[in-house]
Design a protein around this ligand. Structure first.
Ligand SMILES: [Zn+2]
Length: 504
């Protein structure tokens, strides 16, 4: 038996003006064929696929297709989309006869003129492979479209935010493939589109106080039921400007009626809880004032979620930095900033110039800084978003003014992760203040360790009050843009070529 695995991963923020290109995928690390298997056998969803497949009683041959990852940013160019599709299809051509395919996708990727990248990719893959099982994984922040559900036999969605189950989602997907391929189960996918878009700040499945905690618990319990292959709730990332924008409940079961009733229940649960997702954020000056009061006894983390690089923002907002510079601090204050133009600054020199507002036009700060050191923002990420995931944000410099350090990088990345700060020479847990460019995922690393976590309200392309942004293509009615309407929470059932692939 031969099973192919591949990955296409990027989350698009429609309001980030920096387009995602082929070079971004190549900088992150494209892997083809056996290299994918050798290098990702313990990393993220592909690692989950590989380790699961290797544990099947009749071990299948694992065929590496291609891994195509890029960090969240603006929409991909049309050319990039064409290249991505051709890479995947060429890899399938090269793969030879297959019995099944596992794909790790994101589900919220857009390209110029292509609002549903993953839907088109799944459609193209399906057309190429014919009636063999195709199981795909998706991020919890996916916008799940009918085209995705139609073309995959099962969609398996992360259960957690922070995303600490990416590897496990790969394991779950491989288990679904096994049910279909080995046990002969016919999968029925029920999709309910839930017309809600929710901020990410309070959607913390690790915190019993969060609305997401109970939903996550419900999902894992339902997935343990014998007839249910996968249960997922995709609370879409808000900064997509597409006709299919919205959340979704997705349940894959061995009977259409089971899938339908489970998905409709989930959809109702989400709809009823929508108000619980609205966060109360602190204006930046107040957040900094509070940090100054509390940092004497420990670390204060200020989440600059509107400029979260994990949400596809540009990572070069200096609104929090400006406020931090107005005070003195007892220990280092660490502020990440994406600015490739500073990579060549020489340590020990003084640099005078503007910080911020170069990628997303906006506020910039002019001034003189000591170039403290140069460093490579390269490390292995484990925790939110990754398991043994190699990250390289390129060359950066540490700019110093008093206790405040600006940690520049050439590329966006996990500008919250402790090993990022370590790569620049700092222990984030002994700092006075760390600015995390992340709405919620950073909590996996800091909750319980930081003295205080503050959610600041600032400008950027990933704000919690996203209704203020100029959306042009979203469907209506859609909550929270529209408040008074009754949604249609009935499921559509998708079952593809299932009956034709039962093996002799
Ligand atoms: Zn996500």
């Amino acid at each position: 038996m031969r099973i192919a695995i591949g990955q296409l991963w990027q989350e698009t923020n429609a309001f980030n003006p920096v387009p995602t290109t082929r070079a971004d995928f190549e900088a992150f690390g494209v892997l083809r064929g056996q290299d994918l298997i050798d290098q990702l056998h313990d990393t993220n969803e592909p690692g989950g696929f590989i380790q699961s497949l290797r544990a099947w009683p009749d071990q299948p041959e694992i065929v590496g297709l291609v891994r195509l990852p890029a960090w969240p940013s603006g929409p991909a160019t049309g050319q990039t989309f064409t290249w991505l599709r051709e890479e995947l299809l060429a890899a399938l051509d090269k793969a030879g006869p297959l019995d099944g395919v596992l794909l790790a996708l994101h589900g919220a990727m857009c390209a110029e003129g292509v609002p549903d990248v993953e839907g088109l990719i799944l459609e193209a893959v399906r057309a190429k492979i014919g009636p063999i099982p195709l199981v795909a994984t998706l991020d919890l922040h996916a916008s799940v479209t009918p085209r995705m559900a139609r073309n995959a036999d099962a969609l398996v969605i992360y259960h957690t935010a922070p995303h600490i189950d990416v590897f496990e989602t790969g394991v779950r997907a491989a288990a679904v493939l096994k049910r279909i391929l080995i046990d002969g189960v016919t999968p029925y996918t029920a999709l309910v589109r839930v017309p809600v878009v929710l901020p990410a700040e309070l959607a913390n499945t690790q915190s019993p106080a969060s609305v997401s905690f109970g939903l996550c618990d419900h999902l894992s319990k339902r997935e343990k039921q014998p007839g249910i292959l996968a249960a997922g709730l995709a609370t879409v990332q808000p900064w997509l400007d597409i006709p299919d924008h919205g959340s979704a409940a997705v349940v894959v079961a061995d009977r259409a009626e089971t899938a339908r009733s489970e998905a409709e229940t989930l959809a109702e649960m989400l709809w009823e809880r929508r108000n619980q997702y609205i966060p109360l954020l602190t204006p930046i000056p107040l957040a900094v004032e509070q940090a100054a009061r509390e940092c004497a006894t420990g670390l204060v983390v200020i989440a600059d979620s509107a400029d979260a690089t994990t949400s596809g923002s540009t990572g070069d907002s200096v609104h929090v930095l400006e406020e931090l510079l107005k005070r003195d601090w007892p220990r280092p204050v660490l502020v990440p900033l994406v600015d490739p133009s500073l990579a060549d600054l020489q340590p020990g020199t003084t640099w005078e110039g503007s910080l911020g507002g170069k990628r997303l036009p906006g506020k910039s700060l002019y001034g003189a800084w000591t170039v403290e050191r140069s460093y490579q923002a390269a490390f292995t990420l484990s925790g939110h978003l990754g398991r043994n995931l190699a990250i390289d944000m390129g060359t950066g410099v540490v700019l110093r003014r008093g206790p405040v350090r600006v940690l520049t990088t050439s590329r966006p990345g996990p500008h919250f992760a402790p090993p990022f700060f370590t790569s620049a020479g700092f222990d984030p847990f002994t700092a006075a203040v760390v600015v995390a460019k992340s709405p919620c995922g950073f909590r996996a690393a800091y909750e319980g360790k930081a003295r205080l976590i503050l959610m600041a309200r600032g400008p950027g392309c990933a704000p919690a009050d996203f209704v203020t942004l100029p959306y042009a293509n979203i469907p209506r009615p859609l909550w929270p843009w529209d408040q008074e309407f009754t949604p249609d929470l009935r499921a559509t059932i998708h079952t593809s070529r299932s009956l034709r692939w039962s093996r002799p």
